[in-house]
Design a protein around this ligand. Sequence first.
Ligand code: WQD
Length: 343
Amino acid sequence: MNDKIIVTGGCGYIGSHTVIELIKNNYKVIILDDLSNSSEETLDRIEKITGKKPTFINIDLKDADITNEVFKSHKDAKAVIHFAAYKAVGESINNPLKYYQNNLYSLLNTLSSQIENGINNFIFSSSATVYGTPNKLPITERNETQRPFSSYGNTKKVAEEILDDLINSNATFSAISLRYFNPIGAHESGLIGELPSGTPNNLMPYITQTAVGIREKLMVYGNDYPTKDGTPIRDYIHVVDLAKAHVIAVKRLIHKKQETAFETFNLGTGNGFSVLDVIHTFESVTNSKLNYEIVERRAGDVPELYASTDLAKEKLGWTADKSLEEMIRSSWNWEQKLRNKTS
Ligand code: WQD
């Protein structure tokens, strides 16, 4: 029997990779997406990779009535994975209401519609940003959360608090929150990857766009941090490793393997790499020189962030197994394919 899973934001970067892994594991996927930061072409690409085209519904989850209608027609779904959200950190600081409105209305409508229709399993796409500036490394799930610097980040923290309240009030509802560190990389086929609209905020797409000639040079935001080479350290994780963790979390919910109704897991590799490590690895993987310049720090960046992966390993039996080289190679492959197609 193919269990049905609803994936909001399933045409997006992490969503589309997760849909592929779900289909590979014989789940029937229903994607709900408004295509505000993604493309319908992703569906054809998912079909090319998996041989199956997921059901797609173009829907704005901010519309409560329509959302409820859609969930009503898929009330046999076993779980919801909620990716749909805006995610540009800088934009969220300039336009907080846009972020609170979109990310929180869509969350609230998804939750109330699924509960009304008897779908009681929920996976939330969260972020290491909920840890703020950590005072202890590596970051375990027991590290205290702090108010994130950006409104985007705060939508993730507030969402987790909403889930906590909901679970305390509802004996049948269960959730898993997955806190991602820094997702990069792309599907090995080069057909699916990250497609930032406009100028990328994140390091990896900025590097690949610079190397391919779309951007003149990469600005490295500060080299005076208290780290080995002065540039900030992050825990980069391959998006396919991340996607696989969602399938494990879905199984855990459906088969009622949870220890508590609301569980939280870090998804990282446990390894920290500096910005210069990433640049130098990119240069060695691609056998080229990257044009970059050290500039002022970027507001809100923390010096060092990497995960303790013990809990995910112990409870989910999941570890990330792809190296930084593999992440970078796949990002580069994706960028080049994209470039060849459009030029
Ligand atoms: C990584 C490092 C930058 C761009 C953000 C969100 C987080 C998560 C992932 C997303 C930092 C440096 C970057 C550039 C640079 N969410 N950098 N030049 O800030 O760790 O995390 O993305 O949806 O919630 O906060 O990731 O890739 O932006 O930056 O020097 O042009 O690269 O200063 O040290 P970050 P990032």
